[in-house]
Design a protein around this ligand. Structure first.
Ligand SMILES: [Zn+2]
Length: 230
């Protein structure tokens, strides 16, 4: 077809692409608390895996950050105006930190079929698990997580109130370690004080997320994206 069009002397108009083909990429709206680390990390996932695995993550965040309840509200607001595919996925990522309102945020997400990526004490634990194993209750503080993270050259200058970006050498340090990080995250389930929880079955439905210290569900997002297998 294209050969014929090109040799046609009258075909001097630009070729139009015609109607858009049906969207083939899977769309994930992911609302996050932080304004730097998490959006950067999600951009990395888009850049590294999005094309091959045919997904696109749209991070939802605010420059001043969001509280857990606001993270859930942000993704629900997006969904209420979403005219996309019914297969679009909606996720809320938030941390234990010092925040109150975690149970309410979790309840609201569950009630509205929003998937949750909860980290205790913080998302930064997920980054650390790419580089090292970790254990021991943290009581909502990320001080030790950050200390351990800074032991790795790429994260030497990673500061809670400073440069928390995930770019360049930090991205390189994480690359290819998704499965290792997920394995470590799942192993932490064995430490849950609730005896019903373990790495094979995950946390039991009745397990209070505030007791999952430390823990991170971030690997479940990577399973949904098909970056790793369950
Ligand atoms: Zn548990």
């Amino acid at each position: 077809m294209s050969k014929k069009r090109r040799t046609d002397p009258n075909a001097d108009r630009p070729l139009h692409p015609g109607p858009r083909p049906p969207r083939e990429e899977r769309v994930f709206y992911v609302a996050v608390e932080g304004a730097s680390t998490e959006p950067d990390y999600l951009s990395y996932l888009n850049d590294e895996f999005g094309r091959d695995l045919r997904f696109r993550i749209h991070p939802l965040w605010r420059s001043k950050g969001l509280k857990p309840r606001e993270v859930v509200e942000a993704v629900l607001a997006q969904r209420s105006q979403d005219e996309g595919d019914e297969k679009d996925e909606f996720w809320a990522l938030f941390d234990r930190d010092e925040h109150v309102g975690i149970p309410q945020a979790i309840a609201k997400a569950k009630k509205n079929d929003v998937r949750i990526g909860f980290s205790h004490p913080s998302f930064d634990l997920w980054l650390l698990l790419h580089l090292a194993a970790f254990s021991g209750a943290q009581g909502g503080s990320s001080v030790i997580v950050h200390e351990k993270l800074r032991k790795h050259p790429a994260f030497e200058t990673f500061e809670p109130n400073g440069d928390k970006s995930i770019r360049n050498e930090r991205v390189e340090a994480l690359k290819g370690k998704e499965n290792v990080a997920a394995k470590r995250a799942r192993k932490l389930t064995n430490d849950c004080p609730n005896p019903a929880c373990n790495e094979n079955d995950g946390h039991a439905d009745h397990c209070d997320p505030l007791c999952r210290d430390p823990s991170t569900d971030m690997w479940e997002l990577l399973v949904a994206l098909k970056i790793i297998e369950r």
